[in-house]
Design a protein around this ligand. Structure first.
Ligand SMILES: [Zn+2]
Length: 286
């Protein structure tokens, strides 16, 4: 493999992959124009095919948009993204096209041959994305290796193996799940406070002093949370670790931001919904 490049652009291998994908799709899409009757999807009623197509597109398009927004916000700040769309798979922009959008479109176009089109797209991606992954590993080190060990590259299906990932210094990250959970809680609450501050205190890029202090406080509470892996969302938590005044401030911010989160951070909102239903079991910290 090539030595990692020193710099990586925001689009990465995207433009090259799009070009290769378009070219590789031609043999699968052309039959739809040349012999439309021959490639019609047999046996399955059209209404069923269209319904599946709509579901695939309804998942794929928001997933792709959420990932693009996350990339546009975070890349200039030099962040490693591991939450939101990036918690589902490591390449959610490419993955949304391969798994959802292209299959959705070919089903809608009634073209069974087109269902094979994601295969060359996937192979091209796995080959081309190595440069991006080498760059991520050289830039973020163990944080990226840990992320790569627990999140699949393209398929947005969580890995259920709970094996602790091994770090290069020989230690194991023991509480991978709880760390991930804690990071997600911090990011969700942080996003909610940012929406609240923007809407009520006129903050643009930076939070106002009060909201900054509130975010810091909530992050400290999460860092010291005794619940670890079974942590519900802080609002649904049976352990009352917030000072009453702080809790009231967080409640106010969440009441304002809750409905707005669905549009701004759809994937985080979904996780927040599931996390909120977790049953807390109190365990000692390791
Ligand atoms: Zn504020």
């Amino acid at each position: 493999m090539d030595a990692p490049e020193n710099t990586m652009t925001q689009t990465g291998v995207g433009p090259r992959w799009v070009l290769v994908s378009l070219l590789s799709c031609i043999p699968f899409m052309a039959p739809r124009l040349l012999w439309p009757e021959a490639v019609k999807i047999p046996f399955v009623p059209r209404a069923v095919v269209v319904s599946i197509s709509v579901v695939l597109l309804a998942i794929g398009i928001p997933l792709c948009l959420a990932a693009v927004m996350r990339l546009a916000r975070g890349f200039p700040r030099g962040e490693l993204f591991t939450s939101g769309a990036y918690a589902l798979c490591r390449h959610p922009i490419y993955g949304s096209w391969i798994v959802f959008i292209v299959p959705g479109l070919v089903l809608f176009a009634d073209n069974w041959v087109g269902l094979l089109a994601p295969i060359p797209m996937y192979v091209a991606l796995r080959l081309m994305v190595r440069t991006e992954e080498a760059w991520l590993e050289s830039t973020f080190g163990d944080a990226y290796r840990d992320y790569r060990a627990r999140v699949r590259p393209v398929l947005p299906i969580p890995r259920f193996r709970r094996t602790p990932s091994r770090m290069t210094d020989g230690t194991c990250s023991m509480a991978v799940t709880s760390e991930r959970r804690a990071r997600r809680e911090m990011e969700t609450v942080g996003a909610m406070i940012a929406i609240y501050c923007r809407g009520n205190h006129g903050a643009e890029r930076e939070l106002c002093a009060d909201c900054l202090a509130l975010r810091k406080y909530t992050q400290q509470r999460v860092e010291h949370c005794p619940l670890l892996t079974d942590k519900p969302t802080c609002v649904n938590c049976p352990v009352h670790c917030y000072k009453p005044a702080m809790r009231e401030q967080v409640r106010t911010a969440m009441r304002y931001s809750g409905p707005r989160m669905v549009w701004r951070h759809p994937v985080l909102s979904l996780f927040h919904l599931f996390d909120g239903r977790r049953k807390a079991r109190i365990r000692p910290r390791p």
